[in-house]
Design a protein around this ligand. Structure first.
Ligand code: NAP
Length: 325
C-alpha cells in the first residue's frame, strides 16, 4: 500500500533523533535538550540495538572507540561535555566520518583558577592548616609552625601552554612569577607582557618552583612525569596536575612524596580516578587532592552544557559543529 508506506516514511522522518548518553545527565543538560531527542541508556552503546542511533552524548568519561561506533548504526555525531577527549578514540571517529564535538574555551578561566587554587593551597599548606585549626592540638599561635613555600616571585613551569595554559600564565603573571613553558612547538603569539620563556622539558623541570601540567593525555604524554622527571625537580618544588591523571605515574609520585623528593603535589586528577580507598597517596600530608573539579563551577558547567548540546543538535541536523576536536 503506497499510502501506508508514505505515512510510515513520514513518521520515520518525524521521529525524534535517538541519542545514547551516559546518564544521569545534569538537569541543565536535560533542559537544554528540551525533549528534542529520545535518550537511550549507555547499555545500547555496549550491546548495540537493531534500530538506528543518531547521536552519542558523553557526559562522564566512559570509553568510546570504533567498536562502540560500529554498534550504533547511523551515528552522525559524538558530542562531549568537556574539552579533553582522551576517552574517545578520535581517529576511529575520523575514519568513520563522525564529527566529535567538545567544549574548548568556555572552561579556560575556571580550570586556570583551579590551577592557582591548588598552587596556593599546596604552597601555603591550606588543607593541612585547616585540619590543624580544627583539631584539639591547636592551642596556641606559634610563628614557627607550618611554614610553607611562597608563590609570588617564584618560577612556574607550564607544561602545555594552550588555551588553559595561557590563562594559568596570566594569573601567574599577576603574582609576579617568572614564567617558563614547554610545548612541542614554541608559541609566537603569547602576550609579551607575560615574559614567558620557552624552555626544554628538562630545563623546565630543574628550574621551576611550581610545575603545572595542562597538556592533553595522549600516547605521547602518558606517564610524562615519572621517577626520572620527579628526580630532576627541586626538592622544594610543587607539582600541580590539572590535565589528566595518566600524565603522571602515580607510583613514582607516591614514592617521591613519601621520600620528600619534592615538596608537595596538588592534584585535580589522578590515575586511577578515583584512587582506590586506602591508596598510599591518600595517607600522605604533602599532597592536596581535588575530585576533578577543574571546570566545576555553576557558571562554567552551564556554558559547557549549552555548547555540548548545541554541538549535538547541529550534528544531528547534519550541520557543522560549533567546536570540534
Ligand atoms: P589545548 O589548547 O589544546 O592546549 C594543550 C597544549 O598542550 C598545547 O599547547 C600543546 O602544544 C600542548 N601539548 C600537546 N601535546 C604535548 C606534548 N606531547 N608535550 C608537551 N606539550 C604538549 O588544550 P586546553 O583546552 O588548554 O586543555 C588541555 C587539557 O586540559 C585537556 O586536554 C584536558 O585533558 C585538560 N583539562 C582538565 C580539566 C579538569 O577538570 N581538570 C578541565 C579542562 C581541561 P603543542 O601542540 O605545541 O605541543
Amino acid at each position: 500500500n503506497p499510502r501506508a508506506v508514505r505515512e510510515i516514511a513520514t513518521m520515520t522522518e518525524q521521529r525524534k533523533p535517538r541519542v545514547v548518553a551516559d546518564t544521569p545527565l545534569a538537569d541543565t543538560v536535560l533542559e537544554l535538550m528540551d525533549n528534542r531527542v529520545e535518550l537511550l541508556p549507555w547499555d545500547v552503546a555496549l550491546e548495540g540495538c537493531d534500530d538506528p542511533v543518531d547521536g552519542l552524548y558523553t557526559y562522564g568519561h566512559l570509553e568510546v572507540d570504533g567498536s562502540v561506533m560500529d554498534r550504533l548504526s547511523g551515528l552522525k555525531v559524538i558530542s562531549n561535555f568537556g574539552v579533553g577527549v582522551d576517552h574517545i578514540n578520535v581517529q576511529d571517529a575520523r575514519d568513520r566520518g563522525i564529527p566529535v564535538g567538545n567544549t574548548p574555551n568556555v572552561l579556560n578561566g575556571a580550570t586556570a583558577d583551579m590551577a592557582l587554587t591548588l598552587m596556593l593551597a599546596s604552597g601555603r599548606r591550606l588543607v593541612e592548616g585547616d585540619c590543624y585549626a580544627r583539631s584539639a592540638e591547636f592551642t596556641y599561635y606559634d610563628p614557627g609552625y607550618m611554614l610553607g613555600r611562597e608563590i609570588h616571585s617564584e618560577t612556574v613551569g607550564i607544561v602545555g601552554m594552550g588555551r588553559i595554559g595561557l590563562e594559568v600564565a596570566r594569573r601567574c603573571a599577576a603574582f609576579n612569577m617568572n614564567i617558563l613553558y614547554y610545548n612541542r612547538r614554541e608559541r609566537t603569539d603569547l602576550p609579551p607582557e607575560l615574559n614567558a620563556t620557552y624552555t626544554s622539558f628538562d630545563d623546565l623541570l630543574t628550574e621551576s618552583d611550581y610545575v603545572v601540567l595542562v597538556c592533553p593525555l595522549t600516547d605521547e604524554t602518558r606517564g610524562l612525569i615519572g621517577a626520572e622527571q620527579l628526580s630532576k625537580m627541586k626538592q622544594t618544588a610543587i607539582l600541580i596536575n590539572i590535565a589528566r591523571g595518566g600524565v603522571v605515574d602515580t607510583d613514582a609520585l607516591t614514592n617521591a612524596l613519601k621520600n620528600c623528593e619534592i615538596y608537595h603535589a596538588g592534584l585535580d586528577v589522578t590515575e586511577p580516578e578515583p584512587l582506590p580507598r586506602g591508596h598510599e597517596l591518600l595517607s600522605l600530608s604533602n599532597v592536596t587532592i581535588a575530585p576533578h573539579l577543574g571546570s566545576a563551577t555553576e557558571q562554567t558547567r552551564f556554558k559547557m552544557a549549552e555548547l555540548s548540546v548545541e554541538n549535538l543538535m547541529l550534528g544531528l541536523a547534519g550541520e557543522p559543529l560549533r567546536t570540534t576536536v
